[in-house]
Design a protein. Structure first.
Length: 135
């Protein structure tokens, strides 16, 4: 019984620490940064501790890879050549493995959903409107 309990506790501890390990975050910023992409950097802002990671420059193709992402929630800042924040994405947590920095642009699929919803509402209002007394 003691051996089984010990093995169970070791398994739980191992699983817990595996999720607590820092991870790697990859992504792209080509939707927001302009060429040359190497003039831009990304950095993580850890929400709970209000700390920043060291800025990581974008690769020539506009991608980035940040290793040793600490546990917890964070936002990503895109910085210009003067280290000014261009925009912020997030929040994310360390289970996130890929991010596309587009600074709040609404994907085309959401525009289609919104347009079809508006068309449905309009059709419903027109179909249920009372007719004029003269008819």
């Amino acid at each position: 019984m003691k051996k089984t309990l010990s093995l169970l506790l070791i398994g739980v501890f191992t699983a817990f620490t595996a999720f607590a390990e820092p991870s790697t975050l990859n992504g792209t910023a080509v939707d927001q940064a302009s060429k040359p992409y190497t003039n831009y950097k990304v950095r993580l802002h850890l929400v709970k501790s209000n700390q920043f990671t060291q800025a990581t420059p974008l690769a020539p193709n506009g991608t980035f890879s940040i290793t040793n992402v600490p546990t917890g929630r964070f936002v990503i800042h895109l910085l210009d050549e003067n280290s000014r924040v261009v925009c912020t994405e997030g929040p994310f947590d360390n289970t996130t493995s890929y991010v596309t920095i587009d600074c709040g642009r609404i994907p085309a699929a959401w525009w289609l959903v919104a347009a079809s919803g508006a068309a449905g509402i309009t059709a419903g209002v027109v179909a249920t409107s009372p007719t004029s007394p003269s008819r």
